[in-house]
Ligand binder design. Structure first.
Ligand code: ADP
Length: 483
């Protein structure tokens, strides 16, 4: 089926450069992960197209930076309203190209739109400071000015939210952008760009370059001195390559990279609540989230109860095409992702982990994998140190709080940790000791446009969302003066 039949609306498939939609010299296919059939052909942008987009953004910079904050805010507010009015279309589009269940896609459509609303509210609150120098000799004034043209690179797992989380603050701060979406899910980004035009974003302020060859296209943009900001969400592996390239022009870089989230259940936890939290932290988006719980450390005293209840909930999930209303778990995004997940499960069971439920590819077309729970996973199983990115939950039992914290921290990642305990003192003590950017304390979900999202160690640099997310698109200027 075509994308318009599946979603009920026409999605642009060209390149958006300087307010004009261009066809591009060639195209590449976007596949439906539930059927493995092509959904659409999208323009395959070249290095020349990308540099044209950078040029268009640079041309739009003075005008957009000078646009009154209230006016920029009104455009973002309009984008929020349009996206909310079309949330069902966006949900269907994301289910079609990413495979996620409609309920996940509806959640994402609402969450993604909220970044427009939040940054409409933040656009008018870019405050500076004024203070008297300690010596008394002069005054110190600071201002936050737009950093310049921003290159935004987004992954396929949250095709709308990862784009709006970057476009919202960039536009609020006064920065034009070039968005390069992931090649598996470019359609949502193109639909968003069209919506932003309808919301009143001037030509050249939002440009989109889709491409099947991200490496040369992105390198060329990072080598262009007109680009002053890189905001990347994706794998740590690619993030490191891009940081190296950004270093050549000393481009300010915000990085949201991989995670390896521990989910710790203490013996004093509310177990039914922990199971519900585990289900959200593990299974939201089919496990294809950098915030997905990747390792479950469960106290020996409650492990049998937790594992039985969690397995029961996992087993009962309805697996099917994302666009089926009943589906709770859709397919994985592509075959590569599914093979990786299957390989990690085989490695763990080969080392002696107990397979409680799942562990197979269902016999049907599409990149499906069963909800899987493994117990008594040995410490050397690869999945404890690797981002699984699929519906697989490995459980490791512990008896000592200090061990749980030590194991949780024994990773190069540090994005999010989940902690379940009814003892608030313990919860806060453990939250402080964890090497992480975010903690879900008796909650399986942390993402919120009003909160600073981001990681420590190799999970990233900088924060998205909250007021901090806006400051990532500004430079601080200090004026020393006296009167
Ligand atoms: P994931 O593992 O989530 O697919 P990737 O890091 O591979 O994450 O992809 C995230 C984004 O980075 C996508 O937009 C992709 O096109 C882009 N990308 C992948 N490889 C490169 C590269 N070598 N240079 C620049 N961008 C890349």
């Amino acid at each position: 089926m075509s994308i318009s039949e599946l979603t009920g609306f026409d999605v642009p498939t060209g390149l958006l450069i300087g307010g004009e939609w261009a066809k591009g010299a060639a195209t590449f296919p976007v596949l439906d992960p539930a059927t493995e059939e092509p959904l659409a052909e999208v323009a395959d942008g070249t290095v020349a197209d990308a540099l044209d987009a950078v040029g268009a953004a640079q041309l739009a910079l003075p005008g957009w930076a000078a646009t009154p904050p209230r006016q920029r805010a009104e455009v973002l507010r309009k984008a929020f309203e349009l996206m909310t009015a079309r949330s069902e279309q966006f949900a269907r589009l994301m289910s079609a190209e990413n495979g996620k269940s409609l309920r996940d896609a509806r959640g994402e459509a609402a969450y993604a739109a909220e970044f427009f609303r939040w940054y409409a509210e933040e656009a008018v609150r870019v405050e500076g400071t004024l203070l008297r120098a300690p010596s008394g000799a002069n005054r110190i004034i600071t201002l936050h000015q737009p950093i310049g043209v921003a290159l935004l690179i987004t992954p396929w797992n949250f095709p709308a939210a990862m784009a709006t989380r970057k476009i919202g603050p960039a536009l609020a701060a006064g920065c034009p952008v070039v968005l390069k979406p992931a090649e598996d899910t470019p359609l949502t980004a193109l639909a968003l760009a069209e919506l932003l035009g309808q919301a009143g974003v001037p030509d050249g302020v939002v440009n989109v370059v889709t491409t099947a060859s991200p490496a040369p296209v992105v390198s060329a943009m990072l080598a262009d001195p007109r680009v002053r900001k890189l905001s990347f969400t994706g794998s740590t592996e690619v993030g490191k390559i891009l940081l190296g390239q950004a270093a050549q022009q000393v481009i300010s870089s915000s990085m949201e990279l991989g995670g390896n989230a521990p989910f710790i259940v203490f013996e004093d936890a509310d177990i039914p609540a922990a199971v519900e939290g585990a289900l959200i932290a593990k299974m939201r988006n089919g496990g294809e989230a950098c915030t997905a719980a990747n390792r479950f450390y469960v106290h020996e005293a409650v492990a049998d109860e937790f594992v039985a209840a969690f397995a029961g909930r996992m087993k009962s999930l309805v697996v099917g095409p994302g666009l089926d209303e009943a589906t709770e778990l859709g397919p994985l995004v592509n075959e590569e992702t599914r093979s990786k997940v299957a390989g990690l499960v085989e490695d763990a069971t080969g080392l002696g982990a107990a397979l409680v439920t799942g562990g197979r590819r269902p016999r049907r077309r599409g990149y499906f994998y069963e909800p899987t729970l493994l117990d008594a996973v040995p410490a050397d199983a690869r999945l404890l140190g690797t981002e699984i990115f699929g519906p697989v939950a490995p459980v490791v039992r512990f008896t000592d709080e200090a061990d749980a914290v030590r194991w949780a921290n024994a990773t190069e990642f540090g994005l999010v940790c989940y902690v379940y305990t009814q003892d608030l003192r313990r919860g806060l003590r453990v939250a402080e000791a964890l090497e992480t950017g975010m903690v879900g304390l008796n909650r399986g979900l942390v993402s919120d446009p009003a909160a600073p999202f981001g990681g420590v160690k190799q999970s990233g640099l900088g924060r998205e969302g909250a007021h901090e997310g806006l400051l990532e698109y500004t430079e601080t200027k200090y004026i020393a003066t006296d009167w």
